[in-house]
Design a protein around this ligand. Structure first.
Ligand SMILES: *Cc1c(COP(=O)(O)O)cnc(C)c1O
Length: 393
């Protein structure tokens, strides 16, 4: 091996020379974060209204998460699930305390897509059925099973024939289509309580309640993809709480371990367990991720993150609606998960925000998505509103 002289200037060249090409990249190199701020390699600060793609619910470099990771790294990093582990057991207890009713069975994994794969397999194992009903505009991840449920044709078409073929897509918020699609062969109905990547569309309370009712009637499992909406984001611990229902299964990911990779499938204890050998993962439930998750979930609970998201999200929504931006058709969302439907393409608006030191996300081609850390202050949110006023009028 030769010695590599990697300077900061070489970062973009090195990445471009070796990246898969899978990602569209913005032209900044982020090297550090603290709270809601991230810094590039030239020392410029940015307000991070992406939360690193919905992950940094507690902001960046949260001291409790950092300390838990450092301490666990010195104690035991890896321990497969063929052994018991103290951190994993503790995480189960913390999770079971947050999830409602008897949502007390967990399969731990390493990402959102892996949680969706797990949800598919668990649903099939628990019901012995194979049909899946998902929604148009949905996003559930990029691995082949999750991709089959994901709606966007640009993501799915190159892989036609490789995704599960028992998936029916119905219109989101449409009760008649749900009535027609869910049958005695349906293993699971899988939806996001607020669609994220698809454009920030909140699920109607009546529709979610109808899904619960139809699933009960026909013996299908109701599965909520809470990978983006979960753990306080929408102003409740889980997005389904707005509909006053309890699903049979949840998928969690993104912020569950404070930025350390982790996913989880959660289901009702009354449904039973899956047989040994039917699923597994080398890194699933590893002590390092579990320690990070315990710290993150405890911190979210201590600050009452759902209440912060509810209060600040309601304020932000009303400010954005009252602003009546010339270039905005509609502002929608729940908690600190908001979308501005623009009259034109979103890319120039994102670039203009970045030039003003604010990072935000798209959700499709025309929706600007605001997904800040739940710890964001009013002053920081005010900065976002002021910048948007500049850009969208
Ligand atoms: C991000 C996301 C996923 C996929 O998670 P990955 O960790 O990127 O695999 C799945 N569903 C929803 C709703 C998401 O927001």
């Amino acid at each position: 091996m030769t010695t590599l002289d990697i300077t900061l200037q070489a970062t973009t060249q090195l990445e471009d020379a070796h990246t898969s090409g899978a990602y569209y990249k913005r032209q900044i190199t982020l090297v550090r974060g603290e709270g809601c701020t991230v810094w590039d390699d030239a020392g410029n600060a940015y307000l991070d209204v992406t939360s690193g793609q919905g992950v940094a619910l507690l902001g960046h470099a949260h001291p409790a998460v950092a300390e838990a990771v450092a301490q666990q790294a010195r104690t035991l990093i890896t321990c497969p699930e063929i052994f018991y582990n103290d951190r994993r057991a503790e995480l189960y207890a913390v999770l079971a305390d947050i999830t409602p009713a008897d949502l007390n069975r967990f399969f731990l994994c390493n990402s959102g897509a892996e949680a969706m794969e797990g949800a598919l397999k668990v649903a099939r194992l628990l019901t012995s059925r194979s049909g899946i009903v998902a929604a148009k505009r949905s996003f559930h991840g990029r691995t082949l099973g999750a991709l089959g449920m994901t709606w966007n044709k640009d993501y799915r078409e190159p892989f036609v024939g490789w995704t599960p073929n028992n998936i029916t897509h119905i219109a989101y918020n449409n009760i008649e289509e749900a009535q027609a699609a869910i049958t005695e062969d349906t293993a699971a109905v899988i939806v996001e309580p607020v669609q994220g990547e698809g454009g920030v569309y909140p699920g109607d309370v009546e529709w979610l309640q109808a899904l619960r009712h139809i699933c009960d009637e026909r013996g299908a499992l109701l599965v909520m993809d809470e990978i983006q909406t979960g753990l306080g984001r929408t102003g409740r611990w889980f997005g389904f709480e707005y509909a006053d229902i309890v699903p049979d299964m949840l998928a969690l990911g993104k912020g569950i371990a404070g930025g350390v990779p982790m996913g989880a499938v959660v289901w009702r204890e009354s449904l039973g367990t899956i047989d040994s050998g039917t699923h597994g993962s080398t890194f699933g439930g590893n002590p390092l991720s579990c320690a990070a998750a315990i710290a993150a979930l405890t911190a979210l609970r201590d600050i009452d993150a759902p209440a912060l998201a509810a209060e600040n999200g309601a304020w932000l929504l009303s400010e954005l609606q009252a602003a009546n931006f010339a270039q905005v058709r509609e502002v929608r969302g729940r908690g600190l998960m908001l979308g501005l439907e623009l009259r034109g393409r979103v890319t120039p608006a994102l670039q203009a925000l970045q030039e003003r030191g604010i990072l935000a996300l798209p959700a499709g081609k025309t929706v600007l998505r605001l997904l800040p850390p739940l710890i964001i202050s009013r002053a920081e949110l005010q900065r976002v509103v002021d910048a948007l006023r500049d850009i969208l009028n």
